[in-house]
Design a protein around this ligand. Structure first.
Ligand code: SF4
Length: 458
């Protein structure tokens, strides 16, 4: 309906995005902040920004997301937001008593040029931060980057603020899971622990944004990395960062500041990327891969083999976050599907290079764009139709307009559930992804089959 008028005629655009394939930086920063236990995110800007960011997260996770705001008015927009932020810090600790406030900036406070570091130092000096409580901050102007950048900046702020080295190794590994679902964080932790490694996983939104219904509201749910764990991350034996866009900066900061050696891996989505992750853990732990994990790998491989005929040669269009798309593209190529159009809204030439490397041996041209938009993706699809679209909820308009089987994946998903509870990472997550792909493709086969070919067994 809405996209009926998208045409095939692609024109070079530099100054205009139509239907962006990203959301704004503070959303990622807010999401990362929620992965610290006892944290109240704080948006330094106007109420409208904070309301939008909270509602985007609330709609995606279907949990009430709490965050405070500096509530800029015309006055603060002209004279700066220092007074508002100091008052807000005082009010928040007095009223809600979090362990920590994680402040992120917005377009407005960045444009004014508020020095949030200086303001938080002043808040401490003025006695507005109670003993044993903390205020951290990240710069997240939304006219650059995306929600992925915001997540990365806030995750880096965690280690810059808290990590210390006592000189005594803690026997743990830092795992930075990237911008993934709470369910994915649980699964990553499970795999790490199965390999015998004690993780400090941060941020960790499991049991924060996918908690059970208990009948009681808790402003600060059970989950989240603790401040003590974050402090201890400087004593860890190493860091494994998953997803270079979302996690590498924090891992490299730990490395350069506290000599915690880091390796940056792709998100463990699909067989090969999970193999690399498990292999890194195996080497770190000095153990063999447990039978349970090997069995899960075998099950994933079994489905790929059994259902290969349905995957083979199917053209796919993808839109989403760069770290997701790199692993997802590799996975699709490995099962002989044909990713032909790939767009992320997050900028960065490395992304295009990685996709080109993964697809360079394929006998067809792959359209790829970083910093692109969904309008471009739709135009590519108009010129070369696909059998499947994988994108966040906004992809449904393209899917409807061009009658394409559609899988919701990434952020945000505003019209379906499941993503918070069922992982798409590691071997089990790979099985779930394949189930979704097969459901979409085979439902379409059933829908379009003439009566004589409408099979009971496929
Ligand atoms: S893009 Fe900027 S002004 Fe708009 S909601 Fe995000 S932070 Fe606020």
């Amino acid at each position: 309906m809405l996209l009926r008028h998208t045409n095939k005629d692609i024109k070079e655009r530099k100054a205009l995005n139509v239907n962006p394939a990203k959301t704004c930086q503070p959303i990622g920063a807010m999401y990362a902040s929620l992965g610290i236990h006892g944290c109240l995110p704080h948006s330094h800007g106007s109420q409208g920004c904070c309301a939008y960011h909270r509602s985007a997260l609330t709609r995606h996770y279907r949990e009430p997301v709490m965050a405070a705001t500096s509530s800029f008015t015309e006055g603060s927009s002209v004279f700066g937001g220092q007074a508002n932020l100091i008052q807000a810090i005082d009010n928040i600790f007095t009223t809600y008593d979090p362990d920590i406030i994680a402040v992120h900036t917005t377009c407005l406070s960045e444009t004014i040029g508020d020095d949030v570091n200086q303001i938080t130092i002043k808040a401490v000096k003025d006695g507005k931060v109670p003993k044993g409580k903390y205020v951290i901050h990240a710069s997240t102007p939304s006219y650059v980057g995306s929600h992925v950048t915001g997540f990365s900046n806030m995750t880096k702020a965690m280690v810059m603020h808290f990590a210390k080295s006592t000189g005594k190794p803690n026997g743990k590994y830092n795992i930075i899971p990237g911008y993934v679902e709470p369910s994915d964080m649980t699964e990553i932790k499970r795999i790490v622990e199965k390999l015998g490694i004690k993780p400090i996983l941060f941020p960790d939104t499991s049991n924060v944004l996918n908690g059970p219904q208990t009948g009681r509201y808790s402003m600060f749910p059970e989950g989240g990395v603790t401040i003590d764990e974050l402090k201890s991350s400087g004593d860890s034996m190493g860091t494994i960062a998953l997803g270079s866009l979302a996690s590498a900066d924090a891992a490299r900061s730990l490395d350069s500041k506290w000599r915690v050696p880091c390796q940056v891996q792709d998100l463990p989505i699909g067989l090969a990327a999970t193999d690399r992750f498990v292999n890194a853990l195996r080497i770190a732990a000095g153990v063999s891969v447990p039978d349970e994990i090997t069995r899960e790998r075998g099950q994933l491989l079994d489905i790929i083999t059994d259902m290969h005929q349905y995957f083979y040669g199917k053209k796919v269009a993808l839109s989403g976050d760069p770290d997701h798309l790199i692993s997802l593209t590799e996975f699709l190529v490995s099962i002989d599907m044909a990713p032909v159009h790939i767009v992320t809204g997050t900028s960065g030439k490395d992304f295009e290079k990685r996709i080109q490397d993964i697809t360079s041996h394929l006998p067809y041209k792959v359209n790829v764009k970083a910093g692109g938009d969904m309008f471009t993706l739709h135009q590519w699809i108009k010129n070369e139709p696909v059998d499947l679209l994988i994108a966040n909820t906004y992809g449904k308009y393209i899917a409807r307009d061009d009658d394409i089987p559609f899988i919701r994946y990434g952020f945000p998903i505003l019209d379906r559930i499941g993503h918070s509870y069922f992982p798409s990472v590691c071997y089990r997550g790979g099985i779930r992804l394949l189930e979704k792909i097969l459901d979409a493709l085979m439902d379409r086969l059933d829908r379009d089959a003439p009566e004589e070919k409408f099979e009971l067994v496929m």
